[in-house]
Design a protein. Structure first.
Length: 264
């Protein structure tokens, strides 16, 4: 059974990802500037997806990943919301009744998808996770990781994934020209390029695709991010075998990537 993916928005103004099969549909994060915008974005049913959203998984509790506006929409829709066990009390105090579920290290099965939390370093005192999502019918796996201060110790989770959605937050030169403290908690284009080179070297098969995500509006540019990754892959001798490379728009939906036995 094919697994499909679409980023609905990605960046400091909001994040929301959608993954689905013919039987199951989940979200990762839900950051929107208004309740109306959230409802409008979640209302369309993607082609081949079930009508209902089965669950929402939260990477962490920064407002661009779970906003007050989205909480109202999730409460009205009565969607199960999964967050790390240590965050349950904090989320429950946010003012709207939610159907909260906790996760720790163990994978969570939702229909025919398995969601495996991967703890990642981000800002101090904020528990943050990436997610490895696997289609249980054929084992196709997506690795979804943004808001990383570093990828040290995380390479194994990216290797052999069939699709990579990974942060490429800032250009180092632009970050020096327009400094903000939070840049240190996100991967630069260069760091992401180095990660992807290692992933492609160590994977037994080439991923079906890569999507660069969470680009800064002031300290990055889509073409800078693309050029940095492509140049690094060429220098590493990986350019000819590189998979398709997409960029997640900051305020709009991305292309839909569908993984089946033939690839996207």
């Amino acid at each position: 059974m094919a697994v499909s993916f679409r980023s609905l928005r990605s960046g400091s103004n909001g994040n929301c990802l959608q993954i689905w099969t013919a039987a199951t549909r989940i979200l990762v994060d839900c950051g929107w500037e208004s309740t109306r915008a959230c409802r409008r974005a979640l209302a369309p049913v993607p082609a081949g997806a079930p009508a209902a959203i089965d669950a929402v998984f939260l990477t962490h509790l920064h407002g661009d990943h779970l906003s007050a506006a989205a909480i109202r929409a999730l409460s009205d829709l009565r969607l199960p919301v999964y967050c790390h066990e240590s965050c349950l009390d904090e989320v429950s105090r946010l003012g709207e009744p939610l159907r909260l579920r906790g996760f720790d290290r163990a994978p969570v099965s939702i229909g025919d998808l398995e969601v495996r939390p991967v703890r990642v370093p981000h800002t101090p005192r904020v528990v943050t996770h990436a997610f490895s999502v696997t289609g249980l019918s054929d084992g196709r796996r997506l690795m979804l990781a943004t808001d990383l201060a570093s990828w040290d110790g995380l390479l194994e989770h990216f290797v052999d994934a069939d699709f990579l959605f990974v942060e490429s937050n800032h250009d180092v030169r632009l970050a020096r020209q327009r400094p903000v403290p939070n840049s240190r908690y996100h991967l630069s284009n260069d760091q992401t390029a180095a990660l992807l080179c290692q992933v492609l070297r160590q994977s037994r098969r080439t991923p079906a695709g890569i999507m660069l995500a969470h680009l800064s509006g002031e300290r990055n540019d889509p073409e800078l991010a693309r050029a940095c990754v492509e140049a690094a892959l060429r220098r590493a001798g990986l350019g000819d075998a590189a998979p398709p490379l997409w960029l997640a728009p900051r305020r709009a939906a991305s292309v839909t990537v569908t993984l089946d036995r033939r690839g996207p």
